[in-house]
Design a protein around this ligand. Structure first.
Ligand code: TRP
Length: 336
């Protein structure tokens, strides 16, 4: 049997190059290998746990994220793309699992702790937010997922999800599949934003290059990129460490021999920032133009995109309902 892969994104904004190298690229490769049964979920319900007062933001980004998925090459014939809130079984599973988790354990979850601090909830942490790791256990187990690609910051959530599975199984029998996280490796781990290598690319810092950015925008962003502040004249020797343009070339350029040559020349002196930036623009254009083309096609037919999600929801519900039945049987509440 093929291993089941499930992953998801909160639709709080459009996806950017950081998402691409950290996860989207890998998902498309897994999909195209044909070795996995793939589910990709738009986690709108989880996004609402800290955006309940601004649901419009989530609604607006739902189709954006779907378009991002389709434009990078997730193929609805191979991957079930669906919307979390359209799968009622997930809510019920969340309730069942919540009986197995202590409040203290949730409060100690390092991911959730950090996110709570970042959001400045003070003493009014939404209960839904604090308990999102439980809901995430529902997302994962509802599909019998074996593998869950996530960013490294999500590892503590996955650890808690595995604990929930083990508690459930030890109480009620071997019912749930214990998932394993899959994290990005090497320089895919953390793509910096355009303004400096210390910050990772993120929506909140407004330092990202989006998959949906047009050529002109990408060009402007690359031209603003942080390089080496001491590299003032072309003849000056420049630093490649911490130089965002070179970090991107390491990640995105196919021709790494050329990148090595450029680095050498830059470090010696005699190579200007603009020349290197122009090369990076070429490299990014090559990556982004097929993505933009696919996006433009789907944007002309948003009805089709909605239909893709509707079909995905049907498939997701069929699978999740089976797991829910197993869970209800195991607990012993299928009385009628
Ligand atoms: N918490 C994940 C994130 O913020 C999103 C997510 C929701 C998810 N449900 C999931 C990821 C299930 C993997 C599996 O990135």
């Amino acid at each position: 049997m093929k291993k089941v892969v499930l992953t998801g994104d909160r639709p709080t904004g459009k996806l950017h190059l950081g998402h691409f190298v950290g996860s989207l690229k890998n998902r498309v490769e897994m999909q195209n290998s044909g070795d996995y049964e793939m589910f990709v979920m738009i986690a709108d319900q989880q996004a609402l746990t800290d955006n309940a007062r601004d649901p419009g933001k989530i609604q607006d980004n739902l189709l954006e994220v779907a378009l991002d998925y389709l434009s990078v090459g997730l193929d609805p014939d191979k991957t079930t793309i669906f919307v979390q809130s359209a799968v009622p079984a997930l809510y019920e599973l969340t309730i069942h699992y919540s009986n197995l988790v202590g409040l203290g354990r949730l409060q100690r979850n390092p991911t959730v702790k950090t996110e709570i601090k970042q959001r400045g909830f003070g003493d009014s942490i939404p209960v839904g937010f604090l308990t999102y790791p439980i809901a995430q256990a529902a997302d994962i187990t509802a599909f019998d997922a074996n593998l869950v690609p996530v960013g490294e910051d999500q590892l503590p959530v996955l650890e808690q999800d595995r604990e929930i599975v083990r508690s459930f199984n030890s109480l009620y029998g071997d019912v749930l599949v214990e998932p394993e996280p899959v994290v990005p490796e090497g320089n895919a781990k953390r793509l910096p934003g355009i303004f400096g290598a210390d910050d990772k690319m993120s929506k909140s810092l407004d330092n990202g290059i989006y998959l949906s950015d047009d050529s002109e925008t990408v060009k402007q962003k690359v031209m603003q990129m942080y390089t080496d502040p001491n590299h003032i004249r072309v003849e000056d020797p420049g630093k490649v460490e911490g130089n965002v343009v070179f970090i991107y070339l390491d990640v995105f350029a196919e021709d790494q021999k050329k990148v090595a040559e450029l680095k050498e020349q830059y470090q010696k002196g005699g190579l200007g920032d603009v020349a290197v930036k122009k090369y990076l623009i070429e490299v990014l254009e090559e990556l982004l133009s097929p993505i933009r083309q696919r996006r433009a096609q789907y944007e002309q037919d948003l009805e089709q995109v909605r239909q893709i999600l509707t079909d995905g929801n049907v498939r997701a519900n069929t699978k999740a309902d089976k797991v829910l039945k197993r869970v209800r049987d195991a607990i012993g509440i299928n009385y009628f």
